[in-house]
Design a protein around this ligand. Structure first.
Ligand code: GDP
Ligand code: MG
Length: 162
């Protein structure tokens, strides 16, 4: 069975960029699920010999006028379906109140949550990641989804437990 990985995080942290990268393989089968929801986008991907399903949760935290709200119903469904969660934050913007709110929610999930510090291209990875340890999630990965740097290592780690 393919592990299901949900991408969550406040708007603009790079979820869809990472989704596209994770599903852009020769075997990728990327499709919106018609009629199901506009908030959840499913794709299949493979790293090495290891297949996975990834869900882009566009709806999470994207409330009215940028106000962080808890998860939407659709994002909740995605979290319920997930075997593991990739919780993205923006290494350039730094830690925000919305990140903290989401982190609290992630801690109650009872599922593996991997903290992904994105947009670290051109930054020192350790320096960019440091402040996010305050979120209390121990598995922290610095990546640049736009270039793919760190993505292989991240997914290897995420899939290790399945
Ligand atoms: P989403 O709202 O979380 O789905 O975020 P998007 O994937 O739409 O990305 C939001 C913006 O961040 C876009 O302009 C992306 O090009 C940019 N972005 C995403 N990943 C990276 C990255 O690794 N580095 C940089 N510099 N920009 C990124
Ligand atoms: Mg998006």
């Amino acid at each position: 069975m393919k592990p299901v990985l949900a991408l969550v995080g406040r708007p603009n942290v790079g979820k869809s960029t990472l989704f596209n990268r994770l599903t852009r393989t020769r075997d990728a089968l990327v499709a919106d699920v018609p009629g199901l929801t506009r908030d959840r986008k499913y794709g299949a991907g493979k790293i090495g010999e290891r297949p996975y399903v990834v869900i882009d949760t566009g709806g999470i935290g994207e409330g009215l006028e940028g106000v962080a709200e808890p998860t939407t119903e659709q994002a909740e469904l995605a979290l319920a379906e997930a075997d593991a969660v990739l919780f993205l934050v923006d290494g350039r913007a730094g830690l925000t109140a919305a990140d903290q709110q989401l982190a609290q929610q992630m801690r109650t999930l009872g599922k593996p949550v991997h903290l992904v510090v994105n947009k670290t291209d051109g930054l020192d990875e350790d320096a960019a990641s440091a402040e996010f340890y305050a979120l209390g999630l121990s598995d922290v990965h610095a990546i640049a989804a736009v270039q793919g740097r760190g993505v292989r290592r991240l997914i290897d780690r995420v899939l290790e437990t399945f």
